[in-house]
Design a protein around this ligand. Sequence first.
Ligand SMILES: *Cc1c(COP(=O)(O)O)cnc(C)c1O
Length: 222
Amino acid sequence: MTDIAEMRKSIETIKASLPAGVTLVAATKTVPASVINEAIDAGITDIGENRPEELCEKYPLLKKEGVRFHLIGALQTRKVKSIIDKVDMIQSLDRITLANEIEKRAREVDRVIDCLIEINLGKEEGKSGLWPEDALDFYNCLQNYPHIRIRGVMAVPPVGKTEEYYNILYKIYADILKKSKNGDIIDIISVGMSADYKEAVALGSNMVRVGSAIFGKRQYSL
Ligand SMILES: *Cc1c(COP(=O)(O)O)cnc(C)c1O
């Protein structure tokens, strides 16, 4: 159980520690909608869910005014349709088949969806994300998707060697920025979680995704 008073204090502390311009996304997997609404009351403006099913389940119960919804977990192509009218940003875009589906479904509902290119910085097996050397080609391929607006990069780096990985991510971001056209807004580096968000921000992140430091240890039995 999340202690609401404690949660409010955590949100306050984390927000106070973040420089202006850094977005705090609350990572809400396994957190009940009622608790997420308390977090929204306490000043959370960005909600990150991992699983489309969980997002769809909680979505009708969640406060929405001034709140942005992010999909931050691996996304199966066949699940895109269920979330396309709910999310403001998909942070886990990592393959063309997924881009094709997002484009198709976003067109159907007449939306342009902000997306981040997810990078598998450590080339870890079983983890989603493109390999670092493929990121720029992938970005170039996405130029002709009118319903997808690439805003930057996202990663869940391997544990340890943080600085080295963050530098790789920053370099990819800079390369994409350089390749972007007039009018594109490439402005987001989404990296950093409960254990390392301060370090992440010090190394260039401007969007952190924090779960357990806000809500306490996750209860997977939920
Ligand atoms: C769970 C999760 C987080 C937050 O993790 P914590 O360690 O609880 O802060 C961030 N990003 C993604 C993609 C996650 O799945």
